[in-house]
Design a protein around this ligand. Structure first.
Ligand code: CTP
Ligand code: CA
Length: 224
């Protein structure tokens, strides 16, 4: 596998990709999570590796199998994902495609909550660390290129533009995940790439094609 990827514009570049959902335990048998198959993040990691990058693929429990030719770091929670990303640094670029749960249960039970004894559970939440924001705003050791995603159901460009500023990342890949688009859980994606240079609306295409185009753009940016 290594020999297959021994050439390409990303040879010698180390890139961290986060992907999939995170699972935040309620008790040993229950969790809260975001909807995410991991398909887009997996396709991006595969496309970067195909261009020669050394990819560290930090993945939550995804439906889609991780790609070949990458270093896989499997995690469950947002807090574990942050630690895995910090351990994987430094890197030339980071692509944060994971659907990280924004909240975790503040004190998960170490035994199964029972219907009969415990009544209705009163879950209290705590906010999870923002991995993209943490990496975007780190001074020394920040990857030269930090790419985030913004999955929105409404006011997509407006929300994604604000998100880019708030997080401090270089690029945001904005996509419309309103149920009518069928993108969530589907094989296609329709994205707008938001950078310093403005907004680029890409035509609707397969998730692999989005990944390849993004990988080419990352290669050009790291070369330039
Ligand atoms: N992200 C992250 N860590 C979090 C939450 C989000 O790294 N705890 C990253 C995602 O991987 C994605 C980007 O931040 O690249 C945007 O995620 P999103 O959920 O759209 O943004 P939030 O800031 O959580 O805002 P919202 O309230 O819209 O969910
Ligand atoms: Ca969120």
């Amino acid at each position: 596998v290594a020999a297959q990827f021994a050439a390409g514009p990303l040879v010698g570049k180390r890139i961290i990709v986060t992907s999939g959902p995170t699972h935040e335990p309620i008790d040993p048998v229950r969790y809260i999570a975001n909807r995410s198959s991991g398909a887009q993040g997996t396709a991006i990691a595969a496309a970067l590796a195909a261009l020669g990058a050394q990819v560290v693929f930090v993945t939550g429990p995804a439906e889609v199998a991780p790609p070949q030719g990458v270093e896989v770091v499997a995690v469950e929670t947002a807090q574990q994902m942050l630690v895995a990303v910090e351990v994987a640094l430094p890197a030339d670029a980071g692509v944060f495609a994971a659907a990280v749960a924004d909240w975790r249960v503040a004190s998960a039970s170490d035994r199964k909550l029972k219907k009969s004894h415990d009544g209705l559970p009163k879950l209290e939440f705590a906010e999870n660390p923002d991995i993209l924001k943490t990496v975007s705003r780190m001074g020394a050791g920040r990857p030269g290129l930090v790419v985030g995603f913004a999955a929105e159901t409404n006011d997509v460009i407006e929300n994604a533009t604000a998100k880019r500023a708030r997080k401090g990342c270089d690029w945001i890949v904005a996509n419309d995940v309103s149920p009518a688009t069928g993108i969530m859980g589907g094989t296609e994606n329709a994205v707008t790439l938001i950078t310093d240079a403005g907004n680029e609306e890409w035509p609707r295409m397969g998730k692999a094609a989005v990944a390849e185009r993004l990988a080419q753009r990352i290669a050009a940016a790291l070369a330039g």
